[in-house]
Design a protein around this ligand. Structure first.
Ligand code: ZN
Length: 414
């Protein structure tokens, strides 16, 4: 059963917490067209983007050309790819926040934050680095110079540079990294391999009977107190002259006190049933993509198309058992980065990902699936240019967005 459709909070919280400059308000009210009941994060449509351009062009006030505060940029990033889409194991969002308020004039996009990228960011006086991979991932107990990631964190703090990582929220996003990757082979019917689920504040449904309207009101009053009064949702219907069927949904934290409350009442305690509610799927969002190509290509053409799409001279190819370079590719499954776990068990003519282990490639090949590997970050980096454009049109002219030139995959074919 689907639930939580009214409880997905990101849209509302975004609306509530927005604090944007006057000249940008028209942009954001256009962008955030989701009704309060909508659960799907929506990037701007081309029409909405156009209206943004016109609103920016119409306004020539200095307000529009002013840099933004960090929190304002974070709100734009949240709108482009809500952090709630990220995997639970990930470490996304603002990772380094300078103590002194600093206006954001230059933002650098990079796949990885390395010493070379930090050097570049400092040279360009960047105020914010958006690193696709989170440079801080595991918990750290000290900040010392001998660890290269800690060294970079210290450097960012000392330079007053904020660091943000979107990582798997961009992976999951409709129109994000994986849609961009699969688009390299041309158009097709695209589906998500690992479906993203929405969040739901109400995790359980309790159903029970009461004998009268008076008892119903009394029980509901007690139940409201269990959930702080705010989260309880209830419905009731009279079954016959002597009983009313009641259904309530509640949060995880309110479940035990709600049950305790109902057990104190005779009829509810004897008729109580508890249902665990599923989170709703977010169509189009999730990890990995499968495309049934509108125009099938040969393996050889697929390689050429992906080289062009990723901007690479070399790719690695494993031909599926019984396949040749002229074999037809009708279906392709992709996963940016390290895709073996997402691609495992998927039936397709071709897998495209950054990296897979030797044995994972052998497994795919044995099933007749060819594999294209680009090396990890090469399967993601090209999306930064797409993201740069999406971000830049939502920021004032005074905020410059640049792609790192020092960022590169550590592996190369020699
Ligand atoms: Zn990655």
């Amino acid at each position: 059963m689907l639930t939580g459709w009214r409880n997905i909070s990101w849209t509302l919280s975004l609306l509530a917490s927005r604090r944007l400059s006057i000249c940008k308000s028209s942009t954001f009210s256009t962008a955030l067209i989701s009704s309060p009941s909508s659960i799907v994060p929506r990037p701007l449509s081309p029409t909405q983007t156009f209206s943004f351009f016109t609103s920016r062009l119409a306004s020539s006030s200095t307000h529009c050309s002013a840099p933004l505060e960090l929190q304002e940029v974070l709100q734009v990033l949240e709108q482009l790819a809500p952090l709630s889409l990220a995997e639970s194991w990930d470490n996304v969002g603002l990772l380094v926040e300078p103590s002194k308020s600093r206006q954001i004039k230059t933002i650098m996009l990079t796949n990885d934050l390395t010493d070379a990228v930090m050097e570049e960011a400092e040279t360009l006086s960047c105020d914010l680095i958006i690193s696709y991979h989170p440079p801080l991932f595991r918990p750290i107990k000290r900040l010392v110079q001998k660890d290269w990631k800690q060294r970079l964190a210290i450097r960012a703090v000392e330079a007053g540079i904020a660091v943000f990582s979107p990582h798997t929220s961009w992976d999951s996003m409709k129109g994000g990294v994986n849609d961009w990757l699969v688009g390299g082979l041309g158009s097709g019917q695209v589906s998500v391999l690992s479906q993203a689920l929405g969040s739901a504040s109400h995790s359980h449904k309790l159903e029970f009977m009461v004998r009268s309207s008076e008892e119903l009101n009394a029980v509901l009053e007690e139940l409201k107190a269990c959930d702080g009064g705010a989260g309880l949702q209830s419905s009731s219907s009279r079954q016959d002259s002597s009983s009313i069927h009641v259904s309530i949904t509640c949060s995880d934290s309110a479940l035990t006190p709600s049950v305790q409350t109902l057990l104190r009442h005779n009829t509810p305690s004897q008729s109580l049933s508890i249902l665990k509610l599923e989170k709703p799927p977010l169509p189009g969002y999730g990890q990995g993509r499968l495309s049934v190509l509108d125009h099938p290509v040969t393996v050889s053409t697929a390689v050429q198309k992906m080289k062009s799409h990723l901007g690479l001279v070399n790719l690695r190819l494993a031909l599926g058992a019984g396949r040749t370079l002229e074999s037809s590719v009708c279906t392709a499954a992709v996963c940016a980065g390290s895709g073996a776990s997402v691609l495992s068990g998927v039936k397709a003519d071709l897998f495209i990902t950054g990296e897979m282990s030797h044995h994972e490639v052998l497994d795919a090949v044995a099933k007749g699936t060819s594999v294209i590997l680009s090396d990890h970050s090469n399967s993601e980096r090209g999306f930064l240019a797409v993201f740069k454009e999406r971000l830049a049109v939502r920021l004032p002219d005074a905020v410059k967005v640049v792609l790192s030139k020092a960022d590169r995959d550590p592996l190369e074919v020699v």
